[in-house]
Design a protein around this ligand. Structure first.
Ligand SMILES: [Fe+2]
Length: 380
């Protein structure tokens, strides 16, 4: 018998058009007529999605304001600016609207607005999270991070180093998964975020923390994403495919919330320290380069992945899928010095990335980190 602990889930609301329920959830958590800050990805303003969310909240008598001053992946300066606005407007709840960056920002804003501390205080669990966090409603508009159901927030600190904050308090209260919000996501972003979600599920199903309970979500996520990623890229308006990806990324999020990630995330976080590479693509490519090596650590777990992907050879099936998405495979021109894999290996050995190194069934030695970095840099 394998003992395990499975963490609680946020309330998950899934289905086309379910954004309409945002106001009643916000009112329930924040109070009638309360102030609510929406932390939104700026691209959603031009798509009209932020306006829709704002209208839903205002029509219900809530005092809603938007912070959409995010630039790329979350940074302490942006989180602190949003937190200052939340405090000024006396926000009683935070809505995160967007991809992983907006959701991770929103989660930390809910902490910083309550405590008055800057986001950097919470890096790597340096300060306990406040017990009076503002409630969080997470509305993902990409199918990727699964941040809407996790206890983690990844951001860049003042030294531009990618770090994380972690704690029960950061888990959103409610996740609203409305596939209508994801039909406008362009092909390359659908590909990168979808592969990130798939890697979450594969890593959670195969690292040394994986459990039977968590495999329910991880393996289902693998099936949903494998079956629907190409379909959604080819037909962006395919609501069924979009819904399956959104559910797959949510299940992938649940999977990493319970069992964590592994080597591919160690590598993508390390790459982010060296050059501004989008997380989804970096992670997808890191898995592409290292899956074969990692799979020798736990053939049985990878047999489970193979079954979920409907194939006998998950490494080949994964490579076929990555190439079919049309994603740029080579890292040439991405701002990394490809002649120096040892610099990447150095980051892979850093304390901030240690948990993702240690979770592998097959522990990479320092020398193996350089070999693995070379595999990533050699992708063509
Ligand atoms: Fe990820």
């Amino acid at each position: 018998m394998q003992p395990f602990t499975f963490s609680h889930l946020p309330e998950i609301i899934f289905g086309a058009g379910r954004l309409a329920g945002l106001a009643s959830k916000a009112e329930h958590l924040a109070g009638k007529g309360a102030a609510v800050l929406v932390v939104a990805d700026p691209t959603l303003t031009t798509l009209g999605i932020t306006g829709r969310a704002l209208k839903i909240l205002k029509n219900a008598g809530l005092e809603a304001q938007v912070f959409d001053g995010l630039k790329g992946e979350p940074k302490v300066a942006d989180i602190d600016a949003a937190s200052a606005l939340a405090r000024t407007m006396k926000s009683k709840a935070i809505v995160g609207l967007g991809g992983g960056s907006a959701l991770d920002t929103a989660k930390l804003v809910a902490a910083c607005a309550a405590s008055g501390l800057g986001a950097q205080s919470y890096q790597l669990c340096e300060t306990p999270l406040p017990t009076n966090m503002l409630p969080i409603i997470a509305v993902p508009t990409t199918a990727g991070t699964g941040s809407e159901v996790t206890r983690v927030s990844v951001f860049a600190n003042a030294d531009k180093v990618k770090v994380w904050a972690w704690g029960e308090e950061l888990k959103p209260n409610v996740a609203i998964l409305d596939p209508e919000l994801t039909v406008g996501v362009p092909g390359p972003i659908t590909a990168a975020t979808g592969l990130d979600a798939l890697v979450h599920a594969i890593e959670a199903a195969t690292n040394k923390h994986h459990t039977d309970g968590n495999d329910l979500y991880a393996l289902k996520a693998i099936s949903l994403i494998t079956e629907n990623l190409e379909r959604a890229i080819k037909n962006p308006n395919d609501l069924e495919a979009r819904g399956s990806l959104l559910l797959g990324s949510c299940y992938g999020g649940i999977a990493i919330d319970n069992c964590g990630t592994a080597l591919a995330h160690n590598i993508s976080h390390s790459m982010a320290d060296l050059a501004p590479i989008a997380h989804g693509r970096a992670t997808g490519l890191a898995m592409l380069a290292t899956m074969e090596w990692v799979s020798h650590g736990d053939p049985q777990a990878f047999a489970g992945v193979a079954k979920a992907m409907g194939t006998a050879d998950p490494v080949k099936a994964y490579e076929r899928l990555v190439r079919a998405t049309g994603m740029k495979i080579s890292l040439e021109g991405d701002g990394l010095d490809l002649s120096k894999p040892e610099l990447l290996a150095e980051r892979m050995a850093s304390p901030a990335n240690a948990p993702m190194r240690k979770s592998n069934q097959r522990y990479p030695s320092d020398a193996e980190l350089v070999d693995l970095a070379r595999l990533v840099y050699g992708l063509r």
